[in-house]
Design a protein around this ligand. Sequence first.
Ligand SMILES: [Zn+2]
Ligand SMILES: [Zn+2]
Length: 314
Amino acid sequence: MATPIITDGTMDKLVKAPRVVLPSGAGLFKERATRCEALAANSDTGAYLRFLSHVCRGQSKAYGARQALPVSERAIANSREHGMPPLSAHVFPRDPQWRSDLRDILESVESVSSSGNTQLSSVISAIRSTLDTDPTGLEAIADRLIAGLSEPQDGPMVPFVGAALQVYFTRLAATLSPDDVGACDVATVCPCCGMRPTASLVRIDPDRNNYRYLICALCMTEWNMERVKCTSCEEEKGVGYLTLEAEGASTADAAVRAETCDECKTYLKIFVQEKDPQVDPIVDDLNSLALDMLVDEKGYARTGPNLLFYPGHE
Ligand SMILES: [Zn+2]
Ligand SMILES: [Zn+2]
């Protein structure tokens, strides 16, 4: 596919890479599950990674089980003309379809989990019960997750609710064309749904080799941002990199780094495909929580969520 040449307004220079790359479909979740399984084979948190692989397989199955509903013409027009994210997650009128996605994910995880995992069984039962008896309460959990305001009692349900919302919004995003997604005034949120990115990824694809893309936490849209620039305050002067690599290894050799900013004291991880072509911004993020702890100890606050993450859940 030909790549359009677009003007980067901040630097007034030509950038030959797509500005926005919309998600490709169910294959994305399947590949993520495969990545989880590969990581689990060589990890001391193998059980957790296998659980994640089951969630991602459930996402793949749910994705293929139903069609996206049409996105309103008005939302697309507002995006094209005014840069308003067409799927603005904080106000988007979610169809109950996402709750069917959630049921599929629960069923999929349950079918492959060991019957002795009583903790997991009780979480699945609790979500099913909420689906059946209190859909409004479940919508409120989803609203809080999207707003970044989850409450302690939401905790164990969060990875499942997050997984279902990812399926629902990714399916919608995949029906759009890049032309439907206008340039958002705020470069640090997803131009398609307005959520923060989970991480950024330096690509090796031929049409965007060596370009950095932010990966939406919710709809899996990717959008281009220059490298060595804070993904929160967009300053360049205070940007640094931290890794967990063994002593003597160079930061530049690491596939997983924390990009820190001394201007706003925040960080987000950056993954480098050239160092590991299979790296996945969502699951490799969850496989590198020790790096979050290190960076947190140094006083940097993380800016983007991972919707499959629940502290303490294993
Ligand atoms: Zn998004
Ligand atoms: Zn910053």
